[in-house]
Structures are given as C-alpha cells and as structure tokens.
Ligand binder design. Structure first.
Ligand SMILES: C[S@@+](CC[C@H](N)C(=O)[O-])C[C@H]1O[C@@H](n2cnc3c(N)ncnc32)[C@H](O)[C@@H]1O
Length: 256
C-alpha cells in the first residue's frame, strides 16, 4: 500500500491531467476555487486542522473530509522536497485551451502571455499576481510546464483561480498585442485596454524578434538610470495593476 501511494504521487508529477499540490497554501486555494482533490495526505492531521483553523477557518470541514494521515517516513517519500506544512495532495487539472483564450474576441480583462519562461518560481509568482489583479488567463510558450508542482508552489495554488495553459508555438491572437519591452514607449496609467494580450519575455533573453515584430505596441515600465530590467513577475504585476487601478477608478467615478 505504501509503495502504491509513493508510486501514485510520482506518476501524478508527470501526468498532464493531474496537479500535485505541495503544502497547505496550494491546497487551500485549490479547494477555495473548487479543485477536485483525488488524494490528500498529511503526516499530522491534528496539526493540519489547527493550522487550517488559524489560516482558513472556512476550509476546516472540507480539509478534514478529504485528508488521511500517513506515517512521517512515508510522507517524506511523496515529494523531492516534502512541504513543511506536512500536507500534499493530488488534484485534477481543469481542462483549459490556450488557443481558445488567445483567440477570444470577448476578453474582458488582459491575458498575460509569457514567451519561453525558464524559472518555475517566477511563473508561479506571475500566476499569483495575475489571479490577484483579475487577469483573464496566463498562457506560456516553450517547454516549461506551467502546472509543474514547483510552479504551483510559487502561485500558492492560484492556478485554480485563473486559466493557466501552454502552447508550443504562438498561433492566432485576437485583441491588441502589447509587448512589454524596456525599449518601448513609457507606460501610461489607463492606457492598457481590457482586451489586451500582454507579452513578456524570458528572464535571460527578453522577447524574441518574431514576437516584437508581431506586436501592435511596445511599452516600457519606467526605471531609474542604470537599471536594465525588472524581474519578470514584478513587471507583470506593475502592468496588470496599471490596468486594474485605472479600471477601478473609472468604475468608482462612473458610479459616484
Ligand atoms: C527579466 S526581463 C528580461 C531581461 C532580458 N535580459 C532582456 O534583455 O530583455 C523579463 C521580461 O520582463 C519584462 N520587463 C522587465 N522590465 C521591464 C521594463 N522596465 N519595461 C517593460 N518590460 C519589462 C519584459 O517583457 C522582459 O522581457
């Protein structure tokens, strides 16, 4: 039975239909946004429910219902880096089409497009910021799986609050394609349309010439002299909140 459990968690890490949620925060957000949890184990049920009572009292009953306790030595075999919060789960990935998100004519909030990102923690932080700001989706290109367990750790499970998917190659894109590029025109609050596709480059190389030449506009976040670029996730947060704060302000003025 122990071997079977260990094998199940190992297989889940490579299964494109499943997501491995390492730790309490990914589990919390996944459950709050209606993930279907297939297996959830802890090394200490009492400790987990106490933590849940402190941090997410709304989920105590749900977590108690889905979680089983296993010995600490077994728990430690379920992930390369067993989470400190002593809980790990397997959940279903929602079915999301990257191409459908990119060619959506009715998009009501910007879509974040990451071209060939390399760093799992960064992609997780992008998804977290995008879910917070209310973006419509995050789409990645390149080989990194945006549902990798380390990315889900970085997003604290907010993959379940926003559509997250990957395409090998960028095809049809609807809505204004805005390339975020330190060489572009300065970002002006209120200038990011809600139907935009906001493209961000990889950590090492920035945006490709192919993407820059397809873009309708190139926009730069102003920086102090001598600074060459911002961190990818920070740049995403700045642009999304430039959109979000202007949209909220317009809404407040309209209803006053
Ligand atoms: C870490 S940066 C890439 C740095 C890379 N060495 C380069 O030369 O472009 C990752 C991405 O964040 C975005 N970015 C970072 N700072 C930016 C800024 N000040 N203005 C616009 N976009 C920025 C760009 O899309 C960039 O490709």
């Amino acid at each position: 039975l122990v071997r079977e459990l260990v094998q199940r968690f190992r297989n889940a890490r490579r299964d494109p239909a499943l997501a491995v949620l390492e730790g309490f925060h990914p589990l919390k957000h996944a459950l709050r946004f209606d993930a279907s949890v297939a297996r959830c184990v802890t090394r200490d049920v009492r400790g987990l429910l106490e933590l849940c009572g402190e941090l997410a009292p709304d989920l105590v009953d749900k977590i108690e219902r889905v979680t089983h306790e296993v010995p600490g030595a077994v728990f430690d075999e379920l992930a390369p880096l067993p989470p400190d919060t002593g809980v790990i789960a397997i959940a279903m990935r929602p079915a999301v089409s990257a191409q459908r998100a990119l060619s959506d004519e009715e998009r009501g909030a910007p879509l974040v497009l990451l071209e060939g990102p390399a760093h799992r923690g960064n992609v997780g932080a992008v998804i977290r910021a995008s879910a917070s700001a209310g973006a419509s989706a995050v789409v990645t290109t390149g080989t990194l799986d945006p549902w990798d367990p380390a990315v889900i750790r970085g997003s604290a499970g907010l993959h379940y609050a926003i559509d997250v998917s990957r395409v090998e190659e960028l095809g049809d894109v609807r809505g204004p394609l805005i390339a975020l590029d330190p060489e572009g025109e300065a970002l002006v609050p209120g200038s990011v349309p809600s139907n935009a596709v906001l493209a961000f480059g990889s950590e090492r190389r920035g945006l490709s010439d192919a993407l820059l030449s397809r873009a309708d506009r190139r926009v730069a976040i102003p920086m102090q002299a001598g600074v060459s670029s911002m961190n990818l996730a920070t740049a995403v947060a700045v642009v999304l909140y430039a959109w979000r704060l202007a949209a909220d302000h317009k809404g407040t003025k309209a209803s006053a």
